[in-house]
Design a protein around this ligand. Structure first.
Ligand SMILES: [Zn+2]
Length: 438
């Protein structure tokens, strides 16, 4: 029996070898019969090399390259729309079902990201572009659109606990909810919707997971490039422009449509939290004077800026379970910055010292102040603007509940911790770096 088994194994081994040689022969025959590459292939190859060089140039400006932390080196396989086929049909079915409720405020972006295998941003954007008929209106090439969105999603740092592609998808979903507001929806042009969604999806692209003061004190080359002003936001915008040009998504549009890049920049730069007071007071003035005319493109653009700012800081207006997850994530990102500062002997930024500050104290101190001085004043005016819509009332309800919950947690904390962190409750001019989670 053993002899028979050995003989059978030998036969199967020989069979495998014969099959292998047969395949090799076929490949060889094919390579011999393949015609010489015509010249145009060589030039196409040259074009590829040039495109590769341009890509490398672009990557030189990238934080990922700066940090020597390429995704592949870190063992992370980039999520591309192509990986969707790996998912079970059941998961895709559930993701598709979720998309049918994408305009609901209780949309769980974390669940959606899991169901789409980490492709929440690409999947959401493709869906919303179809909902609004933007692909047809702007005659967009679907291959270029997928390529552009794939690049954007991949350029978000998945290792950032907060500033990652899920945050971008969350802001995009919130933006969609705001664009649907009755006060606004009727007035918006396809270009407004296109810019609003694009700005939301790209507003934090290639975010390094540290804030502007960190970049300034570490003398990062981008801080000097943008003269210490809106350093991150400028980089998010210019990175987006680079990817738009590389993908040639808008290259077929007439020249006057190219000012889209400028408008996109104006929207992304509005998310700089240090310009909060400037935008808030202008918004207040318009509402007091009742002089907003949404027939005017410039006024619609201003409202898009405000809507994006709201979408960017709307975490405290979500259900507690979602809101709390975002708070924990942003604190984790602060801690990591603190660890870097300690490592390089810099003074540790407020709320970034994991060793000195307990987790609840930082979360409570940070979020309470963030809600009171950044989020609440902005959403109070948004409520006025929407006259007030059911969504705005719903958001304010969550905001007040979450604020009360943080407050209860704060007072439930030990007195020594409360005293130690009482300074964290003080407002800061222009938002302050500690509240910079946009
Ligand atoms: Zn953001």
């Amino acid at each position: 029996k053993r002899v028979f088994n050995s003989s059978s194994a030998l036969h199967s081994l020989i069979g495998t070898q014969v099959l292998f040689i047969f395949i090799l022969c076929i490949l060889r025959v094919n390579s011999c019969t393949e015609p010489r590459r015509p010249y145009r292939f060589a030039s196409a190859q040259q074009g590829e090399v040039e495109a590769g060089t341009r890509r490398k140039m672009k990557r030189l400006l990238s934080f990922q390259r700066y940090c020597h932390a390429s995704r592949l080196l870190r063992g992370l396989v980039p999520h591309t729309p192509g990986s969707l086929h790996l998912l079970d049909d059941d998961y895709l079915g559930q993701a598709a079902h979720m998309l049918s409720k994408v305009g609901k405020w209780n949309f769980d972006i974390f669940l959606f990201d899991r169901l789409t295998n980490g492709n929440s941003l690409v999947t959401l954007m493709c869906h919303l572009f179809n909902v609004y008929g933007l692909v047809h209106h702007f005659q967009l090439d679907m291959v270029k659109l997928h390529r552009f969105l794939g690049m954007v999603q991949e350029d978000y740092h998945s290792q950032n606990p907060y500033h990652n592609a899920v945050h971008a998808a969350d802001v995009t979903q919130a933006m969609y909810c705001y664009l649907k507001e009755p006060k606004l929806a009727e007035q918006l042009s396809p270009l407004d919707v296109f810019l609003g969604l694009m700005a939301a999806a790209t507003h934090d692209v290639d975010h390094p997971g540290v804030n502007q003061p960190f970049l300034i004190k570490t003398r990062h080359h981008l801080a000097s490039l943008y003269q210490n002003t809106s350093v991150l936001e400028s980089h998010h915008w210019r990175s987006t422009v680079g990817m738009l040009r590389e993908s040639r998504l808008l290259s077929h549009l007439p020249a006057d449509m190219q000012d889209m890049e400028q408008q996109l920049g104006s929207l992304i730069l509005a998310t700089d939290i240090s310009r909060q007071n400037e935008f808030l007071s202008t918004f207040r003035e318009h509402l007091d004077n009742q002089d907003l005319d949404l027939q005017l493109a410039s006024h619609r653009h201003f409202i898009l800026q405000i809507a994006l700012k709201c979408a960017d800081v709307c975490n405290p207006c979500r259900f507690w379970e979602l809101s709390k997850q975002w708070s924990e994530r942003v604190c984790e990102e602060f801690y990591r910055q603190g660890d870097l500062e300690r490592k390089f002997d810099f003074e540790i930024s407020p709320q970034c010292n994991q060793q000195a500050d307990s987790v609840p104290a930082i979360q409570i101190g940070n979020n309470y102040r963030f809600i009171s001085y950044i989020v609440e004043p902005l959403f109070e005016e948004w409520l006025r603007f929407t006259e007030p819509s059911p969504l705005s009332q719903n958001m304010m309800g969550h905001l007040y509940k979450n604020k009360a919950r943080w407050s209860r947690l704060r007072y439930a904390h030990t007195p020594s911790d409360t005293q130690t962190h009482s300074h964290a409750e003080e407002p800061r001019g222009g938002g302050g770096e500690g509240g910079d989670i946009s």
